[in-house]
Write a protein that binds this ligand. Structure first.
Ligand SMILES: Cc1ncc(COP(=O)(O)O)c(C=O)c1O
Length: 390
């Protein structure tokens, strides 16, 4: 993925990146503390981070893994997705939301998005659902929650499971005040540096279901039932590999960082929301700049601030903004446009018209808690000027 917060560009001081982490001395001290301890991986800092995320979100079970992608894979494994199974996914997302289905031999089926929010459209899910549909992946795109009530009803009616890809939405709440990560059968978080909090790389699965949690816990450790820490406590060398799993473990070093970052999450969210409100105000009267609609009553977590600009101008605007030091981006190329999906699943144009038409206009503007109101003024000024000049 281009222009992530971890790229040199994000930190070279010449460009306002679209997203980036904030690490302070407290974070560094927590990491150093673990480096000096007995457990660098599979130790108490992992359990601590899981407990803290559980408390924050209200999810009963949390399983920390090495990335959001690993979390998605673990979810698909826990749901026993396999050849012949279809899983419905939206096209406006990072490829990992669909790739996890393919890892298991399943078939991703793309359901179009609502053109106003770019969230998966429950009516489109209903159109694509078949007796082979085993799960639906809802993506809380940009940081607002999907309509989980409607999606859950559809899933229940058709015997499918609902997975929430909440990688953009840590700290968001839906219209009933429910926290992102608690509304699907399994929910996924990512702690990549551009996300709300970071562990460098990292991810988590959340669920209310202890059986699914246990499957994912075992999956992250080669399918082995007792990890090193559990064996040490039981004073035994014995373990069994019960299933085929992977090494998707996250280290204690990363989790110490995650727990420290989590203490700052509410402050980060407040800042993101304030900056997003500044963008909203400035764009209110603009003809050529259209922010995404926020669903009524939702508390947005603003991982991304996305606008639509006229399709014919988008490329020029992108280039001009970059030349002016604004790290704009595009989230996302529809997943079904990628060559791999075209050649493997015969996907392409006209599969999801709302997503395809939105894609031509999308522009992600920088948004992260280290930004200042002056940055927003500068970015908006450059955006308006580049639209005029294009
Ligand atoms: C919607 C979505 N799902 C999944 C992922 C994968 O997360 P990770 O990069 O931690 O593997 C990302 C990351 O960019 C994402 O944005």
């Amino acid at each position: 993925m281009a222009q992530q917060g971890g790229s040199p560009e994000a930190g070279d001081g010449k460009m306002i990146p679209y997203g980036r982490h904030i690490i302070d001395d407290e974070d560094i001290a927590e990491v150093v503390r673990v480096l000096r301890s007995d457990w660098l991986t599979t130790g108490p800092a992992v359990q601590e981070f899981e407990k803290r995320i559980s408390e924050y979100t209200g999810a009963a079970h949390a399983v920390a893994v090495s990335s959001g992608t690993a979390a998605l894979h673990a979810a698909m494994h826990a749901l026993e997705i396999g050849p012949g199974d279809e899983v419905i996914v939206p096209p406006i997302t990072f490829a990992a939301s669909a790739n996890c289905v393919v890892y298991m031999g399943g078939t991703p089926v793309f359901a179009d998005v609502d053109p106003n929010t770019l969230l998966i459209d429950p009516a489109e899910v209903e159109k694509k659902i078949t007796p082979a549909t085993k799960a639906v992946v809802a993506v809380d795109y940009a940081g607002q929650t999907c309509d989980y009530d409607k999606l859950k009803d559809i899933c229940e009616k058709h015997g499918a499971t609902l997975v929430g890809d909440c990688c953009h939405a840590l700290g968001a709440r839906d219209e009933h005040g429910r926290m992102a990560g608690t509304m699907a059968d399994i929910s996924i978080l990512s702690f990549h540096p551009v996300k709300h909090i970071t562990t460098g790389e990292g991810g988590m699965t959340l669920t209310e279901n202890p059986v699914l949690a246990e499957r994912m816990r075992i999956f992250r450790n080669h399918g082995i039932n007792l990890d090193a820490s559990a064996r040490s406590k039981k004073c035994t060398w014995v373990y069994e590999m019960q299933d085929l799993g992977y090494n998707y473990r996250i280290t204690d070093i990363q989790c110490a960082l995650g727990t420290s970052q989590l203490r700052k999450l509410d402050g980060f969210l407040k800042k993101r929301r304030e900056l997003a409100a500044l963008y909203d105000n400035i764009f209110a009267g603009e003809q050529e700049i259209e922010p995404l609609r926020v669903r009524d009553g939702v508390e947005h977590a603003y991982h991304l601030y996305v606008v639509r600009v006229p399709a014919r101008k988008r490329e020029k605007v992108f280039e001009k903004m970059r030349a002016d030091g604004v790290g704009v981006n595009v989230h996302y190329i529809p997943v079904h446009y990628h060559p791999y999906y075209r050649k493997t699943f015969n996907t392409g144009e006209e599969l999801c018209p709302a997503a395809e038409s939105a894609y031509e206009k999308l522009l992600t503007l920088p948004l992260h808690p280290a930004m200042k109101p002056e940055d927003i003024d500068y970015i908006c000024d450059r955006l308006k000027q580049s639209l005029k000049d294009s």
